[in-house]
Design a protein around this ligand. Sequence first.
Ligand code: LLP
Length: 424
Amino acid sequence: MGSLPSAHFSYRASSLYCEEVALCDLASQYGTPLYVYSRQTIEEAAQKYETAFCSIAHKLCYAVKANSNLAILKILQKRGWGFDIVSLGELARVLQIGADPKKIVFSGVGKTEEEIRVALSAGVGVFNIESEPEFERLAKIAAQMHCRPRVYFRVNPDVDAHTHPYISTGLKTNKFGVDFYSAFGLLKRAAVCESVELAGIDCHIGSQLTSFEPYFDACDRLLDLLKKLRAAGIELKDIDFGGGVGVCYRDETVEPIENLVLGLKSRLTQSGFDHLRIVMEPGRSIVAAAGLLLCSVQYVKTTPVKHFLITDAGMNDLIRPALYAAWMPVLPIRQSDCPEVLFDVVGPVCESSDWLARDRVLPAQAGELLAVTMAGAYGMSMASRYNSRRLPAEVLVSGKTSQLIRSRDSLEDLWTNEIVPADI
Ligand code: LLP
């Protein structure tokens, strides 16, 4: 099944609660499938980073892609966090909740001219550049617009993050970052370019990292580059290590965040780069444990070889199992005496890849509610309307209070931008 994701989820009288609210009550009030988030779990995850960095010059930017709901962004903005964005849509979201543009880092390999122009007009704090043509495009547009954006260069350090290949980004075969050997030349060009201000260096080597060694390897690579730059008379202000800190879905152990921060800091100090401000862009480790997907079992289907629990949530609501074969915990909302059976938990979507969990022992029957936990990151933000299924609602729980933070799509939402030409 899986263990409880944080201290803010508990069974009380055999019923699963998020903070002080019974999940079965939320299912009756808002329907299923439903994403539910514990505010306190988010606040505490953010606090862990803040504590780890308390005596170190730093900038924390939440990676919006992990969960981009406005209410969740607002929680982090109120704590003083900046944001790591990768699209015009993410920029619009963070501006919508009143984020300080100067605290935004614009990442991503494929920034369009339009995105660059809008971000420059908005006064975005830093552009994370990932290639030579992107540098040239940004410099040209900045010159036309008479502004001088701060830039970091994302360097591909060619280190193995030992994570799922789809979310490993720091290998030389990945599309991300400027390749390590071209980086020096490009940084030297940027240092003398009048239309950008070279402010830092960056790497993001992957996601769901359960060991910090790959970060330290990447740090050492970046330090080699910083030393070469220093010899050429170029000093930077910031060093950005991206996001990537893993969480425990099943039996992974992740060291405390302090160990990462202190390890990075001591490497910088030992090499004479103590003055650099450390930037981090965590996503998953802030929101994953806070969220669960509540769903209801529609049918128990037994074939000669398998037992299936068919739920009303599918791969369109939560694609991580289908896309990465990710193991997500599944818990019954009501602990019961009904016999435990080995089930595949599947959705209603017309694909065999539409599964949420495989081979789980669950005491479930038709009509029961289940929670796929650890679903606060890359759950709703990756949801789609495939099979013309409506995007689920989202609820934020804080103590005894639950608030709707996104209503379920209406049926009309499914075709709202579609047009039937009159002559069809
Ligand atoms: N910064 C950059 C430049 C990134 O590309 C990412 C994530 C982050 C920060 C945040 O990384 P985090 O702290 O969340 O690991 N959909 C996948 C994860 C994709 C991560 C993409 N980049 C999943 O569900 O596992």
